[in-house]
Design a binder for this molecule. Structure first.
Ligand code: SF4
Ligand code: SF4
Length: 140
């Protein structure tokens, strides 16, 4: 009797719709409230550094261009972020949000994970300065 029951299950499962998903070839929509990549609004930022202070992975950094005129931009490494949302809770100026973007963070290029938010001219100047600092001075 048990064998017949088992055979019935086998036959049934042969024609049943698969429960598994054909990922990554077919992707489902990401839920609206999913905690993925951070978003930063430089126009709301005051440079208080509360987000930086409590980030457990020290991955979020607010770079100061001009504190007087409130000019800031943010560097953020999504590969180091643990999506704890602590920075968002700490920000009293609504400048940080978690989005449902970039939740599939896989790459063989380390640079892919380093993100910059804010005015492009500030970011470009920052990257240029950093590149110049890391280039060894030539003698002669
Ligand atoms: S979500 Fe957590 S780990 Fe990611 S930047 Fe914010 S505080 Fe840091
Ligand atoms: S906590 Fe908010 S306002 Fe303060 S530095 Fe971070 S993003 Fe800017």
């Amino acid at each position: 009797m048990r064998l017949i029951g088992m055979l019935g299950d086998v036959v049934k499962s042969l024609f049943a719709k698969s429960a598994t998903q054909n990922y990554p070839y077919k992707k489902k929509d990401v839920p609206e409230r999913y905690h993925g990549r951070l978003d930063y609004d430089a126009t709301k930022c005051t440079g208080c550094m509360m987000c930086v202070r409590d980030c457990p992975t020290e991955t979020i950094k607010i770079e100061i261009v001009d504190r007087k005129t409130k000019q800031f931009f943010m560097t953020y490494n999504i590969g180091e972020c643990v999506y704890c949302k602590q920075c968002v809770y700490n920000c009293r100026f609504d400048a940080l949000h978690m989005t449902n973007k970039m939740w599939e963070s896989a790459s063989d290029q380390r640079e892919t994970f380093q993100l910059y938010f804010g005015k492009q001219e500030y970011i470009d100047a920052f990257l240029e300065k950093r590149a110049a600092e890391s280039t060894p001075a030539t003698e002669g």
